[in-house]
Design a protein around this ligand. Structure first.
Ligand code: BTN
Length: 237
């Protein structure tokens, strides 16, 4: 394992993606500022030195089924680390962490595919740690550990704990994915909840059953059961 720290960068994910050939498996990169932080679905990720922003490079040829489960693995590791500071953090499948339905952290998993083969995977973690407030665009949907617990935290031990937790979870995950799925279900923000999601251009309403052994989310509409893979979903309030 290697760690790199940069004060400022466009995006820790983009850096690892651009330099993956010369970097080792399990290289971690953290930064205090990102000028082009990336979120899921091409959204911008807002973060500054109050946030923990880091990415890890996996140089792996895992099969596609396992790669699909990496978001759940990353969420499990981060959840376990942050649960030391707050006892009611939930996992919104596949990998957002919430406190009282507000977003505490986001995870972005990107794969590098060449000649139809996965060469590497980059997992980026954005965690709101000491943020005292948020900008207009996200103020109603975001929270930080500090806002939720009324304390401030040193980011470094949280980061070191995440590195250790993820690396040990990754070793287990290579031979057994069951415990990750169980963990996702145990701490799910969605099980038994009504959700909406977009499917082939239609807005669908459904009730969540659970996360299946393959990492997909099983939901029930009025007429059928459906298995979702990481589509953008949103809770009905
Ligand atoms: C999401 O949309 O929920 C995912 C957000 C992921 C943000 C992190 S911050 C560190 C890493 N670098 C990026 O550009 N994005 C991820």
């Amino acid at each position: 394992m290697k760690t790199i720290y940069l004060k400022s960068i466009d995006s820790t994910n983009t850096y690892l993606k651009s330099n993956y050939l010369s970097l080792d498996h399990m290289t971690w990169l953290s930064a205090d500022h990102q000028t082009k932080g990336k979120g899921r679905s091409n959204k911008h990720w807002f973060g500054d030195s109050d946030s923990l922003m880091c990415s890890v490079l996996l140089k792996t040829n895992l099969d596609y089924e396992k790669i699909q489960m990496l978001p759940l693995l990353a969420a499990k590791s981060l959840h376990q680390v942050l649960s030391k500071y707050h006892s009611n953090i939930k996992i919104k499948w596949p990998n957002d962490l919430l406190i009282d339905d507000l977003k505490l952290s986001g995870i972005l998993v990107e794969s590098i595919i060449e000649e139809n083969q996965v060469r590497a995977v980059i997992i980026g973690f954005g965690v709101n740690i000491n943020n005292p407030s948020f900008n207009e665009e996200i103020k109603d949907i975001a929270t930080s550990l500090s806002l939720a617990t009324k304390s401030n935290y040193d980011k470094e031990p949280i980061y070191q704990h995440l590195i250790n937790q993820f690396e040990s979870d990754y070793d287990i995950f290579l031979s057994n994915t069951k415990s990750i799925i169980e963990y996702s279900n145990q701490h799910s923000a969605l099980n038994d909840k009504q959700i909406t999601f977009s499917h082939q251009g239609e807005i669908v309403h459904a009730k969540v059953v659970h996360v299946k052994d393959d990492g997909h989310l099983l939901v029930e509409t009025k007429t059928q059961q459906m298995s979702l893979y990481s589509s953008e979903i949103s809770l009905i309030k």
